[in-house]
Design a protein around this ligand. Structure first.
Ligand code: GMT
Length: 381
């Protein structure tokens, strides 16, 4: 198929998932056209079948705000006509779903039927999408897309709870490429440097450093944990909370034990260094970074928030705690890390659990949805 893919090009999970999906589809013989304002971080447009188109919103003195959505819609129409696209798959409702639907209507006038598949990722529904300034557009876009998917059952229910939905929504969980994620920890230089004898436990967190990630809870937990066992904490990523976190680490003289690595393109090379991956989020529709850690054989200590319980099985691939319960985070982390044999059990189960979210199982579900919406008798809602 010839597939138009829209996503945010940043390090956020929705862009990462869209890019991984595009790469997997290209490897299966489809032709992919990514459309965004910047090339997505993990996108390799040198692989056969992969193309990238830049959206350029022209500036003009009358514009206080650039009309990005109009530029995006026009680019979609142009690419869809030129490349004879079969389907548009948009990730993150705002503004991608409404732009794609508008493009769909323009294309129809030009004699082309190009259905729209919308994948909801989380904050487009749980936070931003519910704002009065966006809610009517999000509701319309969900009701009128030709197929809608959510990345967890939790997010499906949240969508039904927060919006007036008159349609079916498919749950298609996020996935991971088990070939790329899962190098042996012994190959990992970072691990060899931080824990040469394997006795220093390495905790890791990867995110976009937004307040909902509650990174201060992770630091509070770590400060207590390192009194109980030798440990280091690696924080990967960047975002609004980064300066405050960096200041705190300096002010509290934690630099020797907490490493800030900033944004990293190849997290698959860093994750195998860890013994424990930590997610302290207040909201998390799925937790793609946790799944990527599990694929590397790293168990997860996470909050019982959103879709995380659909990914992590307590007592096997990780443990779950209430949001903000730092003392319980310390208890659970110590329990998972204190004994080599127990930690090895968690590590093995984490990798095993990740296999249930392998790209091999999940990508064909999207292919089925594309075939369904492209069927000639498909009528928009
Ligand atoms: O977590 C973020 O802040 C980024 C966000 C995004 O929209 O890019 O991630 C969301 O989508 C990911 C991929 O589906 C999910 O794994 C994340 O759980 C979800 N984030 C939230 O729900 C907060």
């Amino acid at each position: 198929m010839r597939i138009g893919m829209l996503c945010y090009p940043t390090f956020g999970g929705s862009g990462v998932l869209a890019t991984e999906l595009g790469m997997a589809l290209a490897a299966r013989g489809h032709v992919l056209h990514f459309i965004s304002y910047k090339k997505p971080v993990r996108l390799d447009d040198t692989v056969p079948g992969m193309h990238y188109h830049n959206v350029h919103a022209e500036d003009y003195p009358v514009f206080d705000f650039l009309p990005y959505e109009s530029a995006l819609t026009s680019t979609l129409v142009d690419v869809a006509m030129r490349e004879q696209l079969d389907v548009l798959h948009v990730h993150y409702a705002i503004p991608h779903a409404s732009a794609a639907l508008f493009a769909h209507h323009i294309l129809k006038e030009l004699g082309r039927f190009v259905p729209v598949v919308t994948t909801l990722h989380g904050t487009d529904i749980t936070l931003v999408g519910r704002e009065a300034s966006y809610a009517p557009v999000v509701t319309y876009s969900i009701n009128h897309s030709h197929a809608v998917t959510t990345v967890s059952s939790y997010l499906r229910q949240a969508t039904l709870d927060h919006f007036e939905i008159r349609r079916e929504i498919d749950v298609v969980h996020n996935f991971v490429d088990l070939g790329r994620f899962g190098k042996a920890p012994t190959d990992c230089k970072l691990r060899q440097i931080l824990s040469p004898n394997g006795q220093t436990r390495i905790l890791m967190h990867v995110s976009n450093f937004r307040p909902i990630k509650r990174i201060h809870d992770i630091i509070d937990m770590f400060v207590e944990l390192r009194k109980r066992l030798p440990a280091k904490l690696i924080l990967v990523g960047d975002g609004p909370d980064y300066p405050g976190i960096a200041r705190r680490i300096k002010d509290e003289f934690l630099q020797c034990d907490i490493l800030l690595l900033g944004k990293q393109e190849a997290v698959e090379d860093i994750l195998p260094a860890a013994d424990l991956f930590v997610v302290a989020s207040e909201h998390e529709s799925f937790g793609l970074s946790a799944l990527e850690a599990m694929a590397c054989g790293v168990p997860v200590l996470a909050t019982r928030a959103g879709g995380l319980p659909e990914v992590i099985e307590p007592g096997r691939s990780g443990e779950l705690v209430a949001v903000g319960d730092v003392p319980d985070m310390v208890r659970q982390a110590e329990h998972m890390l204190a004994q080599d044999s127990r930690l090895l059990m968690y590590k093995a189960k984490a990798r095993l659990r990740a296999q249930q979210f392998s790209s091999k199982h999940i990508v064909p579900l999207y292919e089925d949805i594309y075939s369904r919406v492209c069927a000639a008798d498909n009528v928009p809602h």
